[in-house]
Write a protein that binds this ligand. Structure first.
Ligand code: PAF
Length: 195
């Protein structure tokens, strides 16, 4: 199982290919989860093109893709966010990104737990690009008794920039500036390992 918010790119497709290679069937969900956005404007402008995503997934060996409306995932809520009880995202949600995006990881934990219940997968694949999210979903899976979480290496552009829907929103100048962060961190790591 590969949970996504759509706007699929090579990073998602590498998760799908790995899921396909390691399992009999690969299932992908596409759902832009309003529970994990701090800024409603960010939620509104998040790219959505379900048909294009579904075609891409079909071409990459995905066996099943599904989506839905908030009210279908949480029938008691009638689509009202305030009526959806949030799941505790666990200790890994504290600090780092959790400090800057209050409620974000609770929103992730809530939808991921619901998706796990619906799909009941054996394994779920997540990109290490969202490292803290990997820890949070491992906590959720631990509480639910599965699935096994498979963390996958970050897919990168030749510049080193992580493949990400949000990075698509950067200007060409911002993209080359952002790539410096990865190169600088890699250089620091290499120097540390050498010395
Ligand atoms: O990483 C994402 O795309 C989302 O946070 C996820 C895991 C699909 C939950 O909405």
């Amino acid at each position: 199982f590969v949970p996504t918010m759509g706007a699929l790119h090579a990073g998602h497709l590498s998760l799908v290919q790995r899921a396909r290679a390691e399992n009999d069937l690969a299932c992908v969900s596409v759902f832009v989860n309003p529970l994990q956005f701090n800024d409603p404007a960010d939620y509104e402008r998040y790219p959505r093109d379900f048909r294009a995503d579904a075609e891409l997934l079909a071409a990459h060996g995905c066996d099943m893709v599904f989506t839905g409306e908030l009210a279908q995932f949480f029938p008691g809520s009638r689509g009202d966010l305030s009526r959806i009880p949030r799941r505790d995202p666990g200790p890994a949600s504290v600090s780092l990104e959790g400090d800057f995006r209050p409620g974000h990881f609770a929103g992730v934990a809530t939808i991921v737990a619901r998706l796990f219940e619906l799909v009941a997968p054996e394994r779920a694949y997540f990109g290490l690009k969202d490292y803290q999210q990997c820890l949070v979903v491992s906590h959720v899976a631990g509480e639910l008794g599965g699935p096994a979480i498979v963390p996958c290496e970050t897919a990168r552009e030749p510049s080193g920039l992580a493949r990400s829907s949000r990075n698509e929103l950067l200007t060409p100048e911002q993209r080359s500036e952002a790539a410096v962060i990865y190169r600088a961190l890699s250089a620091a790591r290499d120097a540390w390992r050498r010395d």
